[in-house]
Write a protein that binds this ligand. Structure first.
Ligand SMILES: [Zn+2]
Length: 215
């Protein structure tokens, strides 16, 4: 079974949304494109304009991102907020999801969600925060992409997966070298559901929230 991997830095894999950059775009099939907060700097507007052009022309770019907030390794917060707003607006306009990177910045993200009227669908990738925060995010079009943390049965990720509505769930490998099948197996054990049921669920989830469909 070729499981979908909704966020990965691995290349050359089928059924995966690979994290691309403007310079590597040609090497990818399905991918996401955006400005990661680690690489955000003054003058980002020019890069954003190019990204915007590419995303409109190239429908194999399935999502905007990863982008978001990072207090540990990112530029001034005002810069992060402006760049995030622009990318969220683009995602909303095109009807494609945004893949969120958020490190020590959930307050900034919540502030954005409360203020913004036209929200895109957002996948919080690498989710491993407290279920209470997950619960608060259910009021918004926020989805949860689970990765390697599911391999630890006592993780927040595993705990939240048991409680989150299934139509909010995605699975990913991110920057790990784990096979995506392993993540699906972990999810299957935690949820007590067969693999093919989970496989169908996450594909349906994607096609429900995106104008760019997957098979
Ligand atoms: Zn990533």
């Amino acid at each position: 079974m070729d499981f979908w991997d909704f966020h990965t830095h691995q290349t050359g894999k089928a059924n995966s949304i690979q994290n691309a950059g403007l310079d590597t775009l040609a090497n990818h099939q399905a991918c996401s494109l955006g400005i990661h907060p680690w690489f955000l700097e003054e003058g980002w507007e020019d890069i954003f304009e190019e990204i915007s052009k590419q995303v409109q022309q190239n429908t194999s770019i399935l999502a905007i991102g990863e982008c978001g907030f990072d207090r540990l390794k990112g530029p001034a917060l005002e810069l992060q907020k402006s760049a995030f707003r622009a990318q969220a607006k683009l995602a909303h306009e095109l009807g494609v999801p945004l893949i969120l990177h958020c490190v020590k910045g959930h307050d900034l993200f919540l502030e954005f969600l409360k203020k913004e009227k036209s929200l895109p669908n957002i996948l919080w990738h690498g989710w491993n925060l407290k279920p209470e925060l997950g619960q608060a995010l259910l009021d918004y079009p926020v989805y949860f992409s689970f990765g390697k943390h599911l391999l630890l049965p006592s993780s927040h990720a595993a705990e939240w997966l048991k409680r989150v509505p299934l139509d909010r769930v995605f699975l990913e490998t991110d920057d790990s070298k784990i096979e995506i099948a392993q993540i699906y197996q972990a999810a299957s054990l935690i949820l007590g559901l067969p693999l093919d049921r989970i496989d169908q669920q996450v594909r349906d989830n994607w096609n429900k929230i995106s104008s760019r469909k997957i098979k």
